[in-house]
Design a protein around this ligand. Structure first.
Ligand SMILES: [Zn+2]
Length: 488
C-alpha cells in the first residue's frame, strides 16, 4: 500500500448527507414535475371529449375585428372565423398590437448578425408585418383592413402597470424607442403607454364599428397576450360609454381566444382530424366557451396561411401546425359588478365580516404549473372585491395558508369618467391576518388611498404572488365598470 492510499478519498457521512440534501430537492422536484405533467396531460385529454356549443352562425353584414398581440396570432386563432365571415358576406379587420420583433436570436439569424441592433429589430418587424399581410390576404382580408399599432413586443404588461400616461412612455429594450419606430403605424403620434394603446384600440373600434370583437384571453400565460386581452375589454367598455357610439355599440360583443397557456395545444404538430378543447386550467373558470367548426377546405386554407409566417414556422413549426384543427375556440367573459355592502358589514379594521355571499371578481386555476403545485401558499384561487361607499375591500384566496416567504400583491387601477388613470397602478401588499397565517388575505383601502378625489368610474384588478423574488402566480387583469354602483 502506498502512502497515498490512506489519503484516498472516501465519502464521509457529512458528505453523504450533503449529497442527499442536494439530491433530495432535485429528485422531489423531478417527481413532482412528472406527476404534474402526467396529471395535466390527463386533464387535457379528458377535456378533449367536452362538447362545446357552436358560436352563432356568420351572416351577411357581420363585421369582425380581430385583435392580435403579435403578427401570427390573428391566423393561428381565427383563420376559420375570418374565412367564414368573408364567405358569408361579412367584413374582417385586424389590429396587430405589437410586431413580435422582440426575439433577439431569431432577429440575429434573420438579419445575419451576431448581436442584433435596434435597427435589426425594426427590419425584422417589417418582415413580420409583411407575413401577416400575405397570410390575411390569402384568407380574403384587404390590406387596408390590416392595422399595425406598433407597440413594444414584450412590454405590454409594463405599459399597463407603470407607464399609463403619454408623458411617461416606456422604452423598448429591443428597438430602444419610446414610440413606434416602424414606418407602418396606425397612430404615429401615440407613445408607448397604456392610455395610448387603449385609445388606439378604442379608435379602431369606433372607425370599424364591429359586430364582434375577438381578442386574446386575459388569462393567457404570455403577458403581452394577457394585457392585450385586458386592453381590448377596456377599449370596448370605453366605446360602450361613448354617447356618439350609442346607436351601434350595444349590439357589439367581445370574445376571447387562446394561443399560449402551458404546453397547450397538445399534441403539437399537424393533427387535422382532432378538435381543440380549452386548456384544462381554463376550462372550469368563468369563461363560457363555444366553438366554430371548420370545413376541410377552411382547414386547408388555414394551414396554407400559417405556412406564410416563415420567420415563425422556421423556429416552432409543431406549435404553429397544432392550431390547424377541426374547430376554433372563442370564450365569453361575464361582466363583473362590484358588490356594494353596508358600512355595518365592515369591522373596525375595514374588512368585511363575511365574504361568503360575495361572488369573486375572478377565479384562477389551482395547481396549473409545477411551481404552483409545490407552492400552495402562493397558488391563487380567486380574487374578491366589494365596496362600502368610501372603501374598497379586497380578498385574495390561496390554495394553502401563506407562509412568510410569500409576497402577495393586489394591483388596482382606477379610471375616472373620462377614462383617465394614474401613471402607475396602486399595489396593495396583502398579508395573512393573525400569527397563524391563512389562505385568505384581506385588504381594505379608501378611494382616497387609491389617489381618487371622487369615486372612480371603473376599476381594473389583478393579483400576483412571489417567492424569493420569483413570480409564482398571476391572475388575469379584469376591468369592472362601477357606473351605477358608486354615487358621488
Ligand atoms: Zn403572440
Amino acid at each position: 500500500m502506498n502512502s497515498s492510499a490512506s489519503h484516498r478519498w472516501k465519502p464521509s457521512k457529512l458528505f453523504e448527507l450533503a449529497c442527499l440534501t442536494l439530491a433530495f430537492p432535485a429528485v422531489y422536484f423531478a417527481g413532482a414535475a412528472y406527476s404534474f405533467i402526467s396529471r395535466d396531460r390527463g386533464h387535457n385529454a379528458s377535456a378533449s371529449s367536452v362538447k362545446l356549443p357552436l358560436i352563432a352562425p356568420s351572416k351577411s353584414g357581420d363585421r369582425v375585428l380581430v385583435i392580435a398581440p403579435h403578427c401570427d396570432d390573428e391566423v393561428l386563432a381565427c383563420a376559420g372565423l375570418i374565412q367564414r365571415t368573408i364567405r358569408t358576406g361579412g367584413t374582417v379587420a385586424t389590429i396587430v398590437v405589437t410586431n413580435g420583433d422582440g426575439y433577439p436570436s431569431a432577429v440575429a439569424r434573420q438579419q445575419r448578425v451576431v448581436h442584433a441592433q435596434p435597427t435589426d429589430f425594426v427590419h425584422f418587424a417589417e418582415l413580420r408585418q409583411t407575413e401577416s399581410e400575405k397570410a390575411l390576404h390569402s384568407l380574403g382580408v384587404t390590406d387596408s383592413n390590416v392595422w399595425f399599432l406598433g407597440y413594444p413586443d414584450g412590454g405590454m404588461l409594463t405599459l399597463w402597470s407603470k407607464h399609463w400616461n403619454h408623458n411617461l412612455p416606456y422604452r423598448s429594450r429591443f428597438t430602444m424607442a419610446n414610440h413606434s419606430p416602424y414606418s407602418r403605424t396606425y397612430s404615429p403620434s401615440s407613445n408607448y403607454c397604456g392610455a395610448d394603446a387603449a385609445a388606439d384600440i378604442a379608435q379602431a373600434i369606433r372607425v370599424f364599428k364591429p359586430t364582434l370583437i375577438v381578442a386574446a384571453h386575459p388569462a393567457e400565460d404570455h403577458t403581452d397576450h394577457a394585457t392585450v386581452g385586458a386592453l381590448a375589454e377596456l377599449a370596448w367598455q370605453m366605446v360602450e360609454t361613448d354617447p356618439t357610439c350609442k346607436s351601434w355599440i350595444s349590439s357589439t360583443s367581445i370574445r376571447h381566444y387562446v394561443v399560449h397557456r402551458g404546453d397547450w395545444p397538445m399534441p403539437q404538430g399537424l393533427h387535422r382530424h382532432l378538435p381543440l378543447s380549452p386548456p384544462a386550467a381554463m376550462s372550469n373558470l368563468d369563461t363560457d366557451w363555444s366553438q366554430l367548426q371548420l370545413t376541410s377546405s377552411e382547414e386547408s386554407a388555414k394551414q396554407r396561411a400559417i405556412a406564410l409566417y416563415q420567420s415563425q414556422t422556421a423556429v416552432m413549426p409543431a406549435f404553429m401546425d397544432a392550431f390547424v384543427r377541426t374547430n376554433e375556440l372563442y370564450g365569453e367573459i361575464p361582466t363583473r359588478v362590484l358588490p356594494a355592502v353596508a358600512d355595518s358589514e365592515t369591522r373596525a379594521n375595514g374588512t368585511l365580516k363575511s365574504w361568503q355571499k360575495i361572488v369573486p371578481v375572478m377565479m384562477d386555476p389551482a395547481r396549473d404549473n409545477v411551481i404552483r403545485d409545490l407552492q400552495g401558499g402562493a397558488d391563487i384561487l380567486a380574487l374578491s372585491a366589494a365596496t362600502s361607499g368610501s372603501r374598497l375591500h379586497l380578498l385574495l384566496h390561496t390554495r394553502r395558508p401563506v407562509h412568510a416567504g410569500v409576497t402577495a400583491r393586489i394591483h388596482v387601477r382606477c379610471f375616472d369618467a373620462h377614462w383617465r388613470s394614474s401613471d402607475v397602478e396602486y399595489v396593495c401588499l396583502v398579508k395573512p391576518r393573525g400569527q397563524s397565517g391563512g389562505a385568505q388575505l384581506e385588504k381594505s383601502v379608501t378611494w382616497h388611498d387609491l389617489g381618487q378625489t371622487s369615486h372612480p368610474f371603473a376599476i381594473a384588478l389583478w393579483a400576483n404572488t412571489e417567492v424569493a423574488g420569483v413570480e409564482v402566480d398571476r391572475t388575469e387583469i379584469r376591468t369592472i365598470p362601477l357606473h351605477g354602483v358608486l354615487k358621488p
